[in-house]
Every structure is written in C-alpha cells, then in structure tokens.
Design a binder for this molecule. Structure first.
Ligand SMILES: CC(C)(COP(=O)(O)OP(=O)(O)OC[C@H]1O[C@@H](n2cnc3c(N)ncnc32)[C@H](O)[C@@H]1OP(=O)(O)O)[C@@H](O)C(=O)NCCC(=O)NCCS
Length: 174
C-alpha cells in the first residue's frame, strides 16, 4: 500500500486506561515508576504505529518527572498523540493522569516526549508521513518539536552542538 504523504496529528490519538494493581506497586502501595514508563511506552508506540502504519521502535525517552504518587486501586489514563515527524522518526507526547478511585480526584502525574522510529522488516529506518497540526496546542507542539529534537540528538551524541541552530537561537543572539 502506498505511503500517505501527510496525516492529521489527531489521527494518531490514543487513550488507554488501566487500574493500578498490587503487582504494579512499591512497598508504599504506590504505582512503580518503571511500570508507568512501560504504560507510557506502549501508549506512545500505538500512537506512532497509527501515524506510520509501520513497525516502530523506541529511539529515546526524554526526561520524565514523577510529580504525584498514584495509589493502589487508582485509575490511570494515558493520552498519546504525535507532535511532529521528521524523516523516519516521530515525536509522541504522552500525558498520564491518575484518578483516585474513592474521591474521583484527577492529577496529571507525568508528561513525556518519546521518539519512535519506523523500520522495515530488516530494522532499517523508513520514511513516515508528515504531520498536519490543526489546533493551537497541536501547532505549538509541532513548532517546538524541532528544538526538542535538536536537544535530544545533541545529548545522544548524534548532533554537534554547533549544528543545533534552533537551540542556538534560544541561547545566543547572533
Ligand atoms: C532507532 C534506530 C532504528 C536508529 O537507527 P540508525 O541506524 O541509527 O538510523 P539513523 O541514524 O538513520 O537514524 C534514524 C532516525 O532515528 C533518529 N534517532 C536515532 N537515534 C535517536 C535518539 N537517540 N533519539 C531520537 N532520535 C533518534 C534519527 O534522528 C533519525 O531520525 P530521522 O530519520 O527522522 O531524521 C536504531 O538505533 C535502533 O534500532 N535502536 C534500538 C531500538 C530499540 O530496540 N528500542 C527498544 C525496543 S522497541
């Protein structure tokens, strides 16, 4: 099947819901960070697959802060959507929200940007459709994705700092 040249960001939207079970918790009966990262990785991978219709692999996970503990029995919702694609890579934004099952109170526990690369059956990167952002939030995430890409590639040793032109414009006035 021919590759679509572009797709709306919203077409990649994924919402998954889980309940925090005893096996997923630490001795304080709160959700373990590693389990939450797993849930975020899976939701983001599904989003990347929906955008690319290809096999995808996780290339990187940007820094993740755990802002609130999520108690045993809570409901955790993960929302994932593509922000921007480049050639073979896709940046996916994931928001995790915990909901206390007794009070119904909801708190955003994590936000993270993950990068996936679409690959062929031999594991070689292949091109993916461009992203068309529509809403103001999607447009802001699309524009800022270039800065985040350059920062993560510099940190991964895959881009020379002097080539990171978008970052230079933040730190230096040429
Ligand atoms: C990710 C991977 C496919 C990249 O392969 P590669 O041969 O290095 O390919 P390239 O250098 O051509 O890079 C391909 C794309 O990956 C991106 N990429 C590579 N490393 C990256 C990183 N650390 N962070 C973000 N993007 C990265 C490149 O920017 C490039 O994006 P673009 O095509 O949109 O410009 C390869 O490193 C890999 O298979 N890694 C293991 C993935 C894995 O096992 N994940 C966990 C299980 S799913």
């Amino acid at each position: 099947m021919a590759l679509q040249r572009q797709k709306f960001a919203a077409e990649s939207r994924v919402i998954t819901t889980e309940i925090v079970m005893p096996n997923d918790t630490n001795p304080l009966h709160n959700l373990m960070g590693g389990h939450l990262l797993h849930l975020m990785d899976v939701a983001a991978a599904i989003s990347a697959r929906k955008h690319s219709n290809r096999v995808v692999v996780t290339a990187s996970v940007d820094n993740v802060s755990f802002e609130h503990p999520v108690k045993l029995g809570s409901i955790i919702t993960l929302e994932a959507q593509i922000t921007r694609s480049f050639n073979s890579s896709m940046e996916i934004f994931v928001v995790a929200t915990g909901e206390d099952f007794m009070s119904g109170k909801q708190l955003i526990t994590n936000k993270a940007f993950l990068t996936f690369v679409a690959v062929d059956q031999a594991g070689n990167p292949i091109a993916v459709p461009a992203v068309v952002p529509q809403t103001p939030v999607e447009k802001e995430l699309y524009e800022s994705a270039l800065r985040r890409r350059q920062l993560r590639l510099v940190l991964a040793g895959r881009m020379k700092p002097e080539e990171a032109t978008e970052l230079r414009s933040i730190f230096f006035k040429d």
